[in-house]
Design a protein around this ligand. Structure first.
Ligand code: ADP
Ligand code: MG
Length: 588
């Protein structure tokens, strides 16, 4: 599955291992230590056949074997202790690699451009942070370290074998080479299946998110069963692909195992013949056979490393795709305007914009100017492009042509955090985040003091709600908390924006769900705010619109007219009609 819904994703870029090395680099020393310990484990194990040869020698020559036995026991204990320490250090390092990847990826996702978010499935992105990063754990330990230590142990074992008997080594290597050829065919299949399995996990996240995000509507539509099928289908696809990967991995593992058995038998046959001709003694053959036996583990390790890496590489490529989505530059948080800061002036000049190259234009040359201070209302049929005006001011998107200036300066020249610090924005259908009511209110200004908070609670008429809530402002709201009504949510969103002391306040249908009493109160608050701040409102209620200093009438991506209510009723038929048909008075 491609990460974006519409664009063909670029598969190029640096290879997966380069990304992995980036995550591993900060932990290279502990990884190195862990690898050394693992090597030491291998090395102590490697001495055992030599001790065994000595033991057999002692037996043959009727010498006491206590020393050899003691040596063997000591080696075994040391082997276990070093082995345990080594695997702890490695696992810890691997977890740190996962942590690093999760931090990097989640920071990146939070900086994604809204245009990128529009075209991705949040559930799939989430799976990349939660599930794909987890796979880096095994890649770090089993693949990187496994390949390193297994490879070195393998090399050392082969050298030892060569020292014991070169002919038998030749026989062993021939068998191993044969197995290697078979593995070359199997390994790419593991990679493909793993990639598809991880994509399916992403798809499962996406379909779960689709259902859980709209569960009330799904239930009300009686669509649980059909929606369930979508989630199950993704889960089953992941199963199918994982099983396919497991099949190939098992084939790879057992090819290696089989090769070793064949090597063992061949060595036994050839070695037996060499013992019979007197070319080697029994002790040498036994030692060599023990080495063949010992070869098993590093070979399994190397093969395991290669097969495991295929899963990891699939995960890495999914992480890499997410890191290739367009993101905003990371900027330091900017200070909020100080109390009494100057209101901001805003202007659109011939702004042309569309949400994507394959979508129609939403703004066909929008031009208007809003002086510092006062209230400007945006009206027009839905789909006219009003919300888009606000999105462009916040730089969630950038226009294709034309300019937007704040205080006479192009918004693209502002540092992004400074631009957004100047603005208070209540989006259409503003959400309440899970957490306490206080968290929600202070989201945009955690430093606001108690008096400020209290003042805003009063002006947004939330003080009554706070009194009713069981734990006051510390009551949990949103997910896993008290659900707020639509009107309450809107007032929380307005309070949140006001606490930022914005120089420009954007209200997008921010009072549409308020009852008449609360709406009238909020209208007074907004009028009050507009004396010291520039306020832009998208509104449908006539009462709000008539109060504005100027009204911008938008239709189909163009500004039709600008004026006061009185002027527009006389001059603009669309506005006159909207006003006359009570559309403005009733629509939410
Ligand atoms: P209004 O707020 O005036 O009702 P909008 O500015 O929300 O209108 O939308 C204007 C047009 O842009 C609509 O046709 C809408 O479908 C389209 N649109 C809005 N948001 C997006 C988006 N994120 N991606 C693609 N098209 C969008
Ligand atoms: Mg809108």
């Amino acid at each position: 599955m491609s990460i974006t819904k519409t664009e063909a994703e670029p598969r190029s870029g640096p290879p997966a291992w380069r990304l992995l090395l980036g995550y591993v680099r900060p932990h290279r020393w502990s990884l190195f230590t862990g690898a050394l310990l693992a090597l030491a484990t291998g090395a102590t194990g490697l001495l055992l056949p030599l001790v065994a040869r000595g033991l057999i020698d002692d037996l043959e020559h009727d010498r006491p074997i206590t020393r050899a036995l003691l040596g063997m026991s000591g080696l075994v204990v040391a082997n276990a202790a070093v082995g345990a320490l080594g695997s702890y250090v490695l696992r810890r390092t691997a977890e740190s690699v996962v942590l690093g990847a999760r931090r990097a990826l989640s920071s990146y996702l939070l900086r994604l451009r809204i245009s990128a978010v529009d075209r991705t499935e949040p559930g799939d992105l989430m799976a990349r942070v939660t599930s794909d990063t987890t796979l880096l754990r095994e890649v770090t330990t089993d693949s990187l370290v496994g390949f390193g230590t297994g490879g070195l142990t393998l090399l050392a074992t082969v050298v030892m074998m060569g020292l014991v008997d070169a002919v038998l080594l030749g026989v062993t290597l021939a068998v191993i080479l044969l197995a290697g050829t078979v593995l070359g065919v199997i390994v790419p299949r593991i990679n493909r299946a793993s990639r598809q399995a991880q994509d399916a996990v992403g798809a499962m996240g996406a379909s779960l998110e689709r259902v859980l995000g709209a569960l009330r509507t799904v239930k009300a539509s009686g669509a649980e069963h059909r929606e369930e099928e979508g989630v199950h289908a993704a889960a089953e696809e992941s199963w199918r692909q994982s099983v396919r990967a497991a099949r190939w991995s098992a084939a790879a593992g057992n090819t290696a195992g089989l090769a070793m058995q064949i090597a063992f038998i061949t060595v036994l046959a050839v070695g037996g013949a060499r013992v019979a001709t007197g070319a080697v003694d029994v002790g040498t053959l036994v030692a060599f056979l023990l080495y063949v036996f010992y070869l098993m583990s590093p070979i399994q390790q190397v093969v395991g490393a290669i097969t495991q890496y295929q899963t990891g590489a699939a995960a890495l490529s999914r992480i890499q795709e997410a890191l290739r989505l367009p993101a905003e530059p990371s900027t330091r948080p900017a200070p909020l305007p100080s109390p009494g800061a100057q209101p901001a002036a805003l202007a659109f000049q011939d702004v042309r914009f569309r949400y994507a190259d394959d979508l129609p234009y939403v703004h066909h040359g929008v031009t208007f100017a809003v002086p510092a201070q006062g209230m400007t209302a945006f009206v027009g049929p839905s789909g006219a492009g009003k919300t888009t005006v606000f999105s462009l001011i916040e730089r969630f998107y950038d226009p294709e042509a034309g300019t937007i200036t704040l205080d006479g300066r192009d918004v693209t020249e502002w540092e992004l955090s400074a631009l957004r610090a100047a603005i208070g924005y209540v989006e259409q259908d503003a959400p309440v985040l899970s957490g306490s009511l206080r968290d929600n209110l202070l989201l945009g200004n955690p430093e606001a003091d108690g008096a400020e908070l209290e003042g805003v609670l009063k002006t947004t008429r939330l003080d009554g709600l706070v009194e009713r809530l069981p734990r006051g402002p510390d009551t949990l709201v949103g997910h896993r908390g008290t659900k707020l009504s639509g009107g309450e949510r809107q007032r929380v969103a307005i309070a949140r924006a006001l606490l930022r002391r914005p120089r420009l306040l954007l209200l997008d249908e921010a009072t549409s769900q308020l009852d008449a009493v609360n709406e009238a109160a909020l209208r007074d608050t907004v009028a009050d705010v507009a004396r010291s701040t520039t306020v832009l409102v998208v509104a449908h209620r006539l009462s709000t619109v008539t109060m504005a200093d100027r009204i911008v009438v938008m239709d189909a991506g163009r500004v039709r007219a600008v004026g006061t209510h009185r002027e527009l009723v006389a001059a603009d038929p669309l506005y006159a009609e909207l006003a006359a048909t009570q559309f403005l008075a009733t629509a939410g």
